[in-house]
Design a protein around this ligand. Structure first.
Ligand SMILES: C[S@@+](CC[C@H](N)C(=O)[O-])C[C@H]1O[C@@H](n2cnc3c(N)ncnc32)[C@H](O)[C@@H]1O
Length: 237
């Protein structure tokens, strides 16, 4: 994972979307992320409470708030959270939080969405720890993103490594790997959908959180977010 220090650099945060989502192919991938998130959250409808973690600069907030969903955006980096000016109306607030220890009560959200994060964690035990934490705060689904083996991009990378054209090759996850990590975290894999087998090596998964009694108490148990607690008008900038 890129060091927390880098993400907390306002320059890195300001460049994040321009560097990753401006070429036609990058824009296509972003739109595909958006349409997959929309499709996978179809049953998480009006009024549902969604946690976007890490929200980064908030590139998914438009699609997450569509259809009357309410969204809390959390990230370790305040610089990333602050990078976007103007938020869609359904955003309840933004706050600083670590995926390893979320400042929310169990079963607070109908859905937890985590894109472009888990595959940056090289250590399996760390991924399971984060997945367990995402599952803890969800009473519905957890939607995440992995590097997936069943793509042409992954096949090409493997083939190049076989003929010595690439020395850096790490196998991406198979469906069984994803299901196994989720199961270890107490979650059940429901769907695994490649972003595109042709031009991306990523896939989105939808996992079900364990069934348990819904917490009626306040969503927020504590917040280490100096001033970044929930508030109207889309939170502070
Ligand atoms: C590649 S960005 C992804 C942002 C967003 N989900 C997206 O799809 O554009 C990774 C984000 O993870 C955040 N991050 C890194 N470590 C974290 C942690 N332990 N807890 C919460 N967020 C973290 C970084 O600050 C950064 O904003």
């Amino acid at each position: 994972m890129r060091k927390a220090g880098n993400w907390s650099d306002p320059g890195v945060a300001a460049e994040y979307e321009r560097r990753r989502f401006t070429s036609p192919l990058q824009r296509l991938k972003h739109r595909r992320d958006e349409s997959l998130v929309a499709a996978l959250l179809e049953e998480t409808g009006e009024g549902a409470l969604v946690l976007d973690l890490p929200a980064g600069t908030g590139r998914l907030l438009r699609v997450l708030t569509a259809g009357g969903r309410r969204v809390v955006a959390a990230d370790l980096s305040l610089a990333m959270l602050r990078a976007r000016v103007g938020l869609p109306p359904g955003v309840l607030g933004r706050l600083q939080a670590s995926a390893f220890e979320l400042p929310f009560r169990s079963a607070s959200f109908d859905a937890v969405v985590s894109l472009r994060f888990l595959f940056h964690l090289d250590d399996r035990a760390e991924r399971v720890r984060v997945l367990r934490e995402l599952g803890r705060v969800s009473r519905g689904v957890v939607l995440g993103q992995v590097r997936f083996r069943g793509t042409f991009k992954h096949l090409g990378r493997w083939a190049r490594s076989r003929v010595g054209l690439s020395r850096r090759y790490a196998p991406s996850s198979s469906r069984a790997d994803v299901a196994g990590e989720l199961e270890e975290a107490g979650l059940r894999l429901d769907r695994l959908v490649p972003v595109s087998r042709a031009f991306s090596d990523k896939a989105l998964f939808l996992a079900k959180a364990p069934v348990r009694r819904q917490s009626l108490s306040s969503t927020f148990a504590r917040s280490r977010a100096e001033g970044w607690t929930l508030g109207g008008e889309g939170g502070r900038k």
